[in-house]
Structures are given as structure tokens and as C-alpha cells.
Design a protein around this ligand. Structure first.
Ligand code: HEM
Length: 202
């Protein structure tokens, strides 16, 4: 498992390496701030959706290994969200806190992005063993908020796109599928044939 972890950890750093390389080699096009915001935002969302996909993957395939990477991948989602937030705060808002708060209050797409970011922060801060022990039975429902964070992030994306909605709608489709896969097994796979036959015979 350790080798797996190291491999996935290094692979998860690849988008960061590509962004750093893009900046150093001046490959980010005419609007580098937009390119960095785009890359960090989409990677935060992708990592979040991959993290949410791990439990259904175990449920339907019985493959346990990927679930052990859930915490690391969730933290990578938060890491890229921090980068995304920093790009906005630094390169877009020039650390003008007043402007920033006004933007969060005035623009709905920034409001939902910020809410998603806050949820990810709470989840990252409580993802350690100490918080798990302290929160006990409350830990699981709290961490289900990851779904809300993903929904807010997708709404944020849908809201800010002006023309081509295809990309955010693909993410929405993936999110809805993941939600459906959380339904009880009976509902997703249908009733076992035996039960259906019995019901028809009755
Ligand atoms: C404080 C919170 C956030 C702020 C202020 C913020 C701000 C922004 C801005 C200004 C853009 C537009 C970039 C551009 O086109 O120039 C953007 C795009 C985006 N953001 Fe956020 N965001 C926040 C949180 C998040 C979070 C938590 C996620 C994901 C988990 C996320 C995912 C995205 C995605 C996927 C895009 C679209 C990328 C693109 O195609 O351009 N954002 N965000």
C-alpha cells in the first residue's frame, strides 16, 4: 500500500508541476491569471469527484485499496482549492479584503464558490484521527458535506460560464451519478430476480 500511496501522491502533484512549469516557461497564454484560475479550479473539482467516487467503487467492485486513499485525495482537492483561492485573492483582488468581501456578497457564483471552499476547509481540518475520535458518531455526517461542497463547486462553475455549458454539465452528470450510486443497493441494481418472481407469482 505504501508504494501505491507514494505513486498516487506524486501523480496528484502533476497538475501543480504543470502549472509551475507553465509560469516559468511562459506557456500560459495571453491571460496567465485566468489560465491558473481555470487549472486550479478544475483540479480541485476533479479531485473532489474522484474522492467521492471511491466509496461507490468499493461497494460495487469490492476493491478496497482505493478507499484507503480517500483522505489523501480529499486533501489534494482542498490543496488545489487553496491555490485557486490564492490566485483570486492575490492576482485578481490584490489582497483588497474589502473588495473581496463585496465580491463574495454581490456575485452569486463567488458566493457558492466560497461556501464550497469553506466546507472543504472544515473537512480538511477534521480529517485527522484526533478529530475523528473527538467527533465520534458525528464525524461521518459531517464528512457527508463533501457532497454539498461538490454541488456548490459545480453550481459555481455553471454560474460563471457564459457560453459553452458542456464542461460543467458533464461534471454535474458525474455528480448526479455518484449520488444515485449512494442509494441503497436494491434501488440501484433492482431487486434480486428471486424476489421479483415471488412477487409476480403472488
Ligand atoms: C473562495 C472561493 C472561490 C473563489 C473566489 C473562486 C473564484 C473563481 C473565479 C473568479 C473563477 C473564474 C476564472 C476565470 O474564468 O477567469 C473560477 C472558476 C472556477 N472555479 Fe472557483 N472559486 C472559488 C472556489 C472554488 C472551489 C472550492 C472550486 C472547486 C472545488 C472551484 C472550482 C472552479 C472551477 C471548476 C472553475 C471553472 C474553471 C474554468 O473553466 O475557468 N472554485 N473560480
Amino acid at each position: 500500500m505504501t508504494k501505491w500511496r507514494i505513486f498516487v501522491f506524486l501523480l496528484s502533484l502533476a497538475p501543480l508541476a504543470a502549472m509551475v512549469w507553465g509560469v516559468l516557461d511562459d506557456r500560459l497564454g495571453a491571460n496567465p491569471v485566468e489560465a491558473l484560475s481555470h487549472e486550479s479550479g478544475t483540479w480541485a473539482l476533479r479531485f473532489l469527484l474522484v474522492t467521492l467516487a471511491l466509496t461507490p467503487l468499493r461497494r460495487f467492485t469490492g476493491w478496497r485499496k482505493p478507499v484507503l486513499l480517500r483522505r489523501m485525495l480529499g486533501l489534494f482537492s482542498f490543496f488545489y482549492a487553496c491555490l485557486h483561492f490564492l490566485v483570486w485573492l492575490w492576482l485578481d483582488q490584490a489582497f483588497a479584503w474589502g473588495n473581496m468581501l463585496a465580491d463574495i456578497a454581490r456575485r452569486p457564483y463567488v458566493t457558492v464558490g466560497f461556501l464550497s471552499f469553506l466546507i472543504l476547509m472544515i473537512l480538511a481540518l477534521t480529517s485527522n484521527m484526533f478529530s475523528m475520535r473527538r467527533l465520534g458518531l458525528r464525524w461521518k455526517p459531517l464528512h457527508r458535506l463533501a457532497y454539498l461542497a461538490a454541488l456548490f463547486a459545480i453550481l459555481h462553475y455553471i454560474w460563471l460560464v457564459k457560453a459553452d455549458l458542456l464542461q460543467p454539465l458533464i461534471y454535474l452528470g458525474i455528480f448526479v451519478s455518484l449520488m444515485l450510486l449512494r442509494l441503497p443497493r436494491k434501488v440501484v441494481l433492482g431487486k434480486p430476480r428471486r424476489v421479483v418472481k415471488k412477487q409476480l407469482a403472488a
